[in-house]
Ligand binder design. Structure first.
Ligand code: HEM
Length: 180
């Protein structure tokens, strides 16, 4: 197994970043929606104490991913069996996923900094949690959440379509066993 990508499979660094990101995104979406709908302050605070570091972790992982593709590795070519519009759509969705992940992390950090929630949750500052809706970054964070759900549905739906219906190597080459 190599660190780098070969012509027919992603390398283990790229695969590791991909699946770690997937786990964090699921955790972030679930905890974000739970925090938003929670009427219990203590529960909301506990959830946000997990949500914020996960969001920062995914930001760092995304920056690492950009550096990885930019400086150290090259993506495998297309399988050659897909119509051009599908290749284009896949690339556009990947790019938008990067943009939305970075935008959500940035707006989340913005909400914490502007509202003082970071100090209340992590530095022992007194006071109840702020009403995040009164801070500007809450709007892009909410729009990003909806976009993220749509993008993930297309992204994961396409991967499952390729795996189970087309039965090609799209999903397999993003798994460790395929990376020699
Ligand atoms: C890629 C990273 C992130 C994702 C995918 C994400 C996801 C979410 C989602 C789905 C919601 C619910 C929004 C809604 O339904 O309108 C939410 C709310 C929230 N997130 Fe994030 N988030 C991320 C990063 C962050 C970071 C880094 C912070 C703070 C440092 C943060 C702080 C918050 C706060 C304060 C709320 C609002 C809770 C409320 O309105 O009551 N998020 N997030």
């Amino acid at each position: 197994m190599t660190h780098g990508t070969s012509s027919d499979a992603y390398g283990r660094v790229a695969i590791g970043i991909h699946w770690l990101t997937a786990v964090l995104i699921i955790g972030l979406m679930a905890s974000g929606i739970l925090a938003e709908n929670s009427t219990d302050e203590t529960l909301k605070a506990a959830v946000l104490r997990l949500h914020a570091p996960m969001g920062i972790a995914i930001l760092l992982l995304t920056l690492l991913r950009i550096a990885w593709w930019w400086r150290f590795d090259t993506r495998p070519g297309p399988l050659g069996t897909n119509p051009a519009w599908q290749e284009f759509l896949a690339k556009a969705v990947h790019l938008l996923l990067y943009v939305v992940m970075i935008g959500m992390a940035a707006s989340g950090i913005g909400m914490f900094v502007l509202s003082g929630a970071g100090d209340i949750l992590f530095a022992g500052a007194p006071g109840p949690l702020p009403d995040f809706a009164t801070f500007a970054p809450r709007t892009p964070h909410g729009i990003g959440a909806k976009l993220m759900i749509a993008l993930l549905a297309i992204h994961a739906g396409a991967a499952l379509y390729h795996h189970f219906i087309r039965r090609d190597a799209t999903l397999k080459r993003m798994w460790f066993a395929a990376s020699k």
